[in-house]
Design a protein around this ligand. Structure first.
Ligand code: ATP
Length: 325
């Protein structure tokens, strides 16, 4: 087990609201420690309800939820919530508190001393790309939407939680800011490696961010739980296929590394051929082929040729293995 993250297990979880609405009817999912799982699905399919049952903002009416094997339903909900970071769409920052005080909220509740709280808050602000000297003393209304969202992420990470729950964290900002926040967040996640459950409506966001994506239908019915590549290349049903979209073929290129399809470099063609780095995707390789009007590109690692990718290989990219739901 990773010391900074915890696995999450939902087994046959259900929620019937007091008015009789069956929001979630027997939902099971396993999120491995350090992985980012995305919940996506039609409006009203129960995504937010599932998310909020994990930190018990909503009490399940059946099933079990464990974090690292410990049943959350047997823990004190207030203490539980302090151990789980929670980021929501409009952030919910306290308007009359400075950015530093907002980031320090949970640490304060945990009784940390003032100096440790400020130091931690400033460290977190730096991590999310906000210079504390400039922003720590501002109030939320003195920030842009994207900056507020970063403060929300910093606040959720401040007490070093094992688990982070994110409900449409980037949807309140425009698409350009959103893409930048997603990228920054992925870089941050590569360092902090939390176990994350993220709810979104945006299939591009799901594909970009998710290690695994759960596609839900009404009542929290799990249609498929798979890696982005698998979801795009092997949708489990027409419902998933429709959901993922007609351009799933193009999307798939963006999640398939050239490493997966490259073959040994053709020695005669090494000189002068356009190159892509070994970290590139098929989407990158195809873009180079199209702009350079060439049938193949060389794949390089630290500048040395390690393989090649042809147009044919791009279009015949192997289908990823299926992982059982
Ligand atoms: N407090 C409540 N009382 C009764 N029904 C509720 C309550 N909260 C949510 N619901 C219903 O439960 C179902 C699931 O809602 P939920 O918010 O979890 O869906 P969602 O997938 O997150 O939706 P969206 O994508 O639109 O945010 C919906 O039919 C909703 O109307």
């Amino acid at each position: 087990m990773d010391a900074t993250a915890a696995s999450i297990n939902l087994v046959d979880v259900g929620k019937v609201y007091p008015d009789g609405t069956v929001a979630v009817d027997g939902f099971s999912l396993e999120v491995r420690a350090g992985e980012l799982a995305v919940l996506i699905g039609a409006s009203g399919s129960g995504k937010s309800t599932i998310l909020r049952m994990i930190n018990r903002l909503i009490e399940p009416t059946r099933g079990t939820i464990t974090i690292d094997g410990r049943n959350v339903l047997e823990q004190d909900p207030v203490r539980l919530r302090r151990q789980i970071g929670y980021v929501i769409q409009n952030v919910g920052l306290f308007p009359h508190q400075t950015v530093r005080a907002n980031v320090g909220t949970v640490a304060r509740l945990l009784g940390w001393d003032r100096r440790r709280i400020s130091e931690r808050a400033d460290e977190l602000l730096e991590m999310v790309g906000l210079d504390p000297a400039r922003y720590a003393r501002r109030y939320p209304h003195e920030l842009s939407g994207g900056q507020r969202q970063r403060v929300g992420v910093a606040r959720a990470l401040a007490a070093d939680p094992l688990v982070l729950l994110m409900d449409e964290p980037f949807s309140a900002v425009d698409p350009i800011v959103r893409a930048r926040l997603q990228e920054e967040f992925l870089r941050l996640q590569a360092t902090v490696r939390k176990t994350i459950v993220l709810v979104t409506h945006d299939i591009d966001e799901a594909i970009r961010m998710g290690d695994r994506i759960a596609v839900l239908a009404d009542g929290g019915r799990l249609l498929q739980y798979a890696t982005p590549g698998e979801l795009l290349s092997r949708p489990a049903s027409t419902q998933v296929r429709d959901f993922v979209g007609a351009d799933r073929g193009i999307r798939r290129l963006a999640v398939t590394p050239v490493r997966d399809v490259m073959t040994a470099p053709d020695s005669a063609a090494v000189d002068g051929r356009p190159t892509v780095d070994v970290s590139a995707t098929l989407h990158d390789a195809l873009a180079v082929m199209l702009t350079e009007d060439t049938p193949a590109v060389l794949v390089t690692e630290d500048g040395n040729p390690v393989g090649q990718v042809t147009r044919a290989a791009v279009f015949e990219a192997p289908v990823p293995k299926t992982t059982p739901v």
